[in-house]
Design a protein around this ligand. Structure first.
Ligand code: SF4
Ligand code: SF4
Length: 88
């Protein structure tokens, strides 16, 4: 069974594939959100992957959809699905 976390955002969705986090000690997602985003994750000893600090409603309210967590994750474990208008 896939081990996923998902959060509805203001305009889209954020998905974390936690299976890809096993063994990752970089926690670039946590650092990136702390530096460029809204500090929405923390690290928990004894478990893998980013731990959301807030419940889903509060996460949705606070996330600024900056995609720093997705860009910085070395294992492509985080994906933001956002409606981006392309003007041809
Ligand atoms: S989301 Fe990426 S950086 Fe964060 S713990 Fe998982 S694999 Fe590591
Ligand atoms: S998109 Fe930005 S604010 Fe939202 S969780 Fe990722 S780093 Fe944090």
């Amino acid at each position: 069974m896939e081990n996923k976390l998902s959060f509805k955002l203001r305009t889209g969705e954020l998905i974390i594939e936690l299976d890809k986090c096993v063994g990752c000690e970089a926690y670039e997602c946590v650092k990136a959100c702390s530096l460029y985003g809204r500090h929405l994750f923390r690290i928990k000893l004894g478990s893998w992957g980013p731990i959301p600090i807030y419940d889903k409603d509060e996460f949705r309210r606070r996330c600024i959809e900056c995609i720093a967590c997705e860009i910085m994750c070395p294992n492509h474990a985080i994906k933001l699905i956002l409606p981006i208008e392309v003007d041809y």
